[in-house]
Design a protein around this ligand. Structure first.
Ligand SMILES: NC(=O)c1ccc[n+]([C@@H]2O[C@H](COP(=O)([O-])OP(=O)(O)OC[C@H]3O[C@@H](n4cnc5c(N)ncnc54)[C@H](O)[C@@H]3O)[C@@H](O)[C@H]2O)c1
Length: 251
């Protein structure tokens, strides 16, 4: 994964935990933060994915370790944060990227069984709460920290495409982040979200969307935005939602 920016040091000495970073957007964010000088803990539910991305980052000269675990399980999150702290140091930058969930298909609310709701809320809201809870006290105690949550434009607008529970859970994480940001003013810890438009699924994805840029998002598009929000330069940006969507939504 090639970072979007030249290697720099705006996060030198910092430790970043990126959840769901075994592929896609999270892997791109992990590469960008490593290029910015952070030691990166690559979380994923699937160990092989996390190990592969961490090995790639080390091969490119970065400092990285796999941090395998399920963000929907608070005990597992506490355990992996303890491991990251032992091996890389305390987490300064948390990127809540794990989301969707696996096996997601478009389905209108009226067609969705009640028992399917929980998996959206557990991953897209509780996953964010668990990881934030496990890291934010340490950030506050050290007087510096960044929490960046990867959300979706489906969390800011209505769509007829069968994403109601997904959008509701992504909106919930945005609402939580806005409140936490203001609770933490004065601690040195900022809390922000990026709201993504439709992302590419890979090189064979040739969909041409109707919005101004007429292309799907790439992990590098998101990585650059997260790097900024994680950087010392973004100290005065908190409680915000940055749209990274190719102009598909203008708010
Ligand atoms: N793909 C899109 O079009 C799109 C659009 C808007 C927002 N987003 C958001 O961007 C983020 C990344 O999306 P992506 O397309 O790269 O997803 P992806 O499915 O390609 O990758 C997600 C990774 O998270 C891991 N994961 C899933 N559940 C987990 C759990 N409980 N604990 C730890 N890891 C877990 C998966 O194993 C996978 O490797 C998500 O939050 C998603 O909601 C994606």
């Amino acid at each position: 994964m090639t970072p979007v920016a030249a290697p720099g040091s705006d996060l030198a000495g910092r430790v970043a935990l990126v959840t769901g970073a075994g592929q896609g957007v999270g892997a791109g964010v992990a590469a960008e933060l490593a290029a910015a000088g952070a030691a990166v803990a690559v979380n994923d539910l699937q160990a092989d994915r996390a190990e592969r991305v961490a090995a790639d980052l080390r091969a490119e000269g970065g400092t990285a370790r796999a941090a395998v675990g399920d963000v929907t399980d608070f005990a597992a999150v506490q355990h992996l944060v303890d491991e990251v702290t032992d091996r890389l140091g305390p987490v300064d930058v948390l990127v809540n990227n794990a989301g969707i969930p696996a096996g997601f298909t478009l389905r209108r609310f009226r067609d969705m069984p009640v028992e399917d709701w929980d998996k959206f809320v557990r991953l897209n809201l509780y996953g964010v709460l668990h990881c934030t809870k496990a890291t934010v006290d340490g950030m506050c105690a050290r007087g510096w920290g960044r929490v960046v949550t990867v959300s979706s434009e489906a969390g800011r607008m209505g769509l007829p495409s069968g994403v109601s529970l997904y959008g509701a859970s992504k909106a919930a994480a945005i609402g939580f982040s806005r409140h936490l940001a203001l609770e933490l003013v004065g601690t040195g810890v900022t809390v922000n979200c990026v709201a993504l438009g439709l992302m590419t699924t890979g090189p064979d994805d040739h969909r041409k969307p109707p919005w101004p840029t007429a292309r799907l998002g790439e992990p590098t598009d998101v990585a650059a935005a997260v790097r900024y929000l994680a950087s010392p330069s973004a100290a005065w940006v908190t409680g915000q939602v940055l749209g990274v969507n190719g102009g598909a939504v203008t708010l």
